[in-house]
Ligand binder design. Structure first.
Ligand code: AMP
Ligand code: ZN
Length: 465
């Protein structure tokens, strides 16, 4: 498989450290509010990436954190703690907020058919691990204590900005404009590993540490969780492009200083979803969520389809027009795939030909749009029987996860349900009395209302057409 590596700024052949086993880490949500559909675009891209690797024969172990402490409202350790902000907003405790929004996030992923990673760990469950790492960084001279906090000393590294390819001055001025300067730092780019001098008297979650009562910085949690669960070497690390700096830059700095060797080979980032006014953000008030799309009548999978039709490295602009269009195309496609019958035998050669083509496209830096073209070619190919087409659709859908062969369950109202039950009982009695004419008439009457009666060994059931 080929994938674009932010670290080398080119599309590369993917080679995991162990031949067929892939260790993948993806940054998880900060659970202080609902995820917006921009955040979810990133999780959809990571899901496609994981499923593609699996499709190509790799065994993937994926780990994700849940940020429930330490993430400030600015990514550069300043501002307010996001979790505390959420708790204040809703007059709840930080733990209540974390629990509630983690559940919401889980439900959103389920609706979008995003697989829950094999290992998911909360930042607050791994405090010992961060303390262990920070102690070693202090011992080895990569960290220092100042003004009550423990900082990482970025001047100790030769190439701190390796991932960003930016000049020091650009990064510092660009990102930190308008943010008050922390005078305890030795260098502008240094970042907090452990806060003991909290700006907030009412900071709820604090732990004992060798440096006093406090709490971890945001970046250390991903290094700690990844090293604890996936070991010293990581094949792939993902996130949205906003994570490149400072979050992933800092993760590399502290992990490699701690481990004493290169940590992760492939850094893969998904571009943002913007709205027509620009960047999507939770602080903007009425932001776009999966539930909001549902309220407006859109299926979450239509949104997934929309994301898959653009490349993960391109900015995608959200509008209801674009979603409506995607939704119509998705419904049409599904109607077509659902009409495929279980007829004929699988034509092995054709199956292999199209499957190879699909693997080539999806394995080419996750070219989902081209992978759809293969799917459409399959549907158009008149030399293929329905069974072969069906099997190919089923196979491709293990990556797309668009439920292309899943029949919609039709909701029926209570009144219709009662009517059907009554008619079925009448039919049962007619059959018992050997009045087959009446039994048939009832069957026909129901059929006219699109209700199909099925007599099985276990009894009589019905289905709505
Ligand atoms: P957060 O919950 O803020 O920590 O973000 C969760 C994930 O969403 C991170 O991987 C971010 O990089 C990503 N993200 C944030 N904003 C957007 C956006 N507008 N479009 C796509 N991904 C985003
Ligand atoms: Zn992270």
């Amino acid at each position: 498989m080929k994938i674009y590596n932010t670290l080398t700024r080119q599309v590369e052949e993917f080679k995991p450290k162990e031949e067929k086993f892939v260790k993948m880490y993806t940054c998880g949500p900060t659970v202080y509010h609902y995820a917006h559909i921009g955040n979810l675009r990133t999780y959809i891209f990571e899901d496609i990436f994981e499923k593609t690797l699996t499709y190509l024969g790799y065994s993937v172990t994926r780990c994700m954190n849940i940020t429930d402490v330490g993430h400030m409202s600015s990514d550069s350790d300043s501002g307010e703690d996001k979790m505390l902000k959420g708790a204040k907003r809703e007059h709840k405790t930080v733990l209540e907020i974390a629990q509630f929004y983690t559940e919401c996030f889980k439900k959103d992923l389920e609706k979008l058919n995003v697989k829950w990673p094999e290992i998911v760990s909360k930042a607050t469950d791994n405090i010992d691990e961060y303390i262990k790492i920070i102690e070693k960084l202090l011992q080895d001279g990569y960290a220092y204590s100042s003004g009550g906090n423990i900082y990482f000393d970025t001047s100790k590294l030769e190439d701190y900005y390796r991932l960003t390819n930016h000049k020091i001055d650009e990064m510092v001025v660009g990102v930190r404009a308008g943010v008050e300067e922390d005078t305890a730092k030795k260098n502008q780019a240094d970042f907090v590993l452990w806060f003991t001098k909290s700006k907030f008297e009412d900071q709820e979650l604090k732990w004992d540490s060798p440096w006093g009562y406090g709490y971890p910085g945001w970046h250390i949690e991903c290094s700690g969780i990844s090293i604890k669960y996936l070991g010293e070497y990581l094949d792939i690390h993902c996130g949205g492009v906003d994570n490149i700096f400072p979050h992933h830059t800092n993760e590399i700095a502290q992990s490699e200083a701690y481990l004493g060797h290169k940590w992760c080979n492939y850094w893969v980032h998904g571009e943002h979803l913007n709205d027509l006014s620009g960047k999507m953000s939770k602080s903007k008030g009425d932001f776009l969520t999966v539930s909001l799309l549902e309220e407006k009548g859109y299926s979450p999978l239509a949104y997934r389809f929309m994301c898959l039709n653009s490349h993960y490295r391109k900015v995608l602009v959200f509008s209801y027009e674009a979603l409506s269009q995607a939704s119509t195309t998705y419904e049409k496609l599904k109607k077509r795939t659902l009409s495929l019958k279980e007829e004929g035998n699988i034509l092995e050669e054709d199956f292999l030909k199209y499957d190879t083509l699909f693997k080539e496209k999806i394995g080419d830096d996750l070219n989902t749009a081209e992978a759809f073209t293969v799917l459409y070619d399959v549907l158009k190919d008149e030399t293929l029987n329905d069974k072969t087409k069906r099997e190919l659709v089923k196979s491709f859908d293990t990556v797309f996860s668009l439920e292309l062969l899943k029949e919609e369950k039709k909701e029926i109202d209570e009144e219709l349900q009662r009517y059907i039950q009554k008619k079925m009982e009448e039919r049962r009695i007619a059959k018992e009395n050997k009045d087959y004419q009446l039994a048939d008439a009832i069957r026909k009457e129901l059929e006219e209302k699109n209700v199909l009666i099925k007599d099985t060994r276990e009894g009589t059931t019905f289905e709505i057409k």
